[in-house]
Design a protein around this ligand. Structure first.
Ligand code: FES
Length: 213
């Protein structure tokens, strides 16, 4: 399987320009986001309308409304100049998390490297299995990986996850890095709170032991 992955990496061409996607450029393409300043409870209509530095200074925390995120969907919000991804994973998507482990695809399947807070040290890498919250930065050289949830969309063996256009790093749907990728670690997970009754996630802090890139 590792050889298959290597061959896949050679054959995969970036689906966009090979140039590194900068975080600023990413802002213009990201999905709708709701940000709320903590102290003033000022609603920011669209983070895209803010310069990254302004957004970072305005938002000590970022609140993401889960209401419009249907099963299988993801949205990306900005938090302190970092793209935060929130995915609503279906039962089928969750089942792939066991499959990637059983097939020996992952570098760190049990999340032994502290790339997430202790409450996310599980195969879901989340507080609630259905809801993944993480920092969407490839820890090889800081690119923004593409969301590729469909099986077979990156390679014949692909079960869904993220594919980095820069140098081909691949991650499963818990953002655990796949063997053969240049990225050394699973993608980082920040500190966050989730309230299912109120349908919201609040990203609060960087987990201090996590390596971003
Ligand atoms: S930055 Fe993602 S593979 Fe290099």
């Amino acid at each position: 399987m590792t050889e298959d992955i290597k061959n896949t990496q050679k054959s995969i061409e970036p689906q966009t320009s090979p140039a590194v996607i900068t975080r600023r450029r990413f802002l213009t393409a990201m999905t709708a986001v709701t940000g709320t300043a903590v102290a003033g409870a000022v609603v920011v209509p669209m983070v895209q309308s803010l310069e990254p530095t302004a957004a970072a200074s305005a938002l000590a925390t970022t609140t993401v409304d889960l209401t419009p995120i249907e099963p299988g969907m993801q949205v990306t919000a900005m938090w302190q100049e970092k793209p935060i991804i929130v995915i609503n994973r279906t039962p089928e998507m969750l089942a792939t998390l066991d499959e990637t482990m059983q097939k020996g695809l992952l570098k760190d399947p049990n999340c032994t490297v502290p790339q997430q807070p202790p409450y996310c040290k599980n195969k879901y890498r989340s507080r609630i299995p259905e809801w993944y919250v993480g920092i969407r930065i490839c820890n090889h050289l800081c690119c923004i990986p593409h969301y590729r949830p469909k099986k077979g969309s990156v390679a014949p063996w692909w079960l869904g996850g993220f594919h980095c256009p820069c140098h081909g790093s691949m991650y499963d749907l818990s953002c655990r890095v796949i063997k053969g990728s240049p990225a050394p670690h699973n993608m980082a997970v920040p500190e966050y709170e989730i309230d299912i009754a109120k349908k919201k996630v609040v990203v609060t802090h960087m987990y201090p032991l996590a390596h971003l890139c």
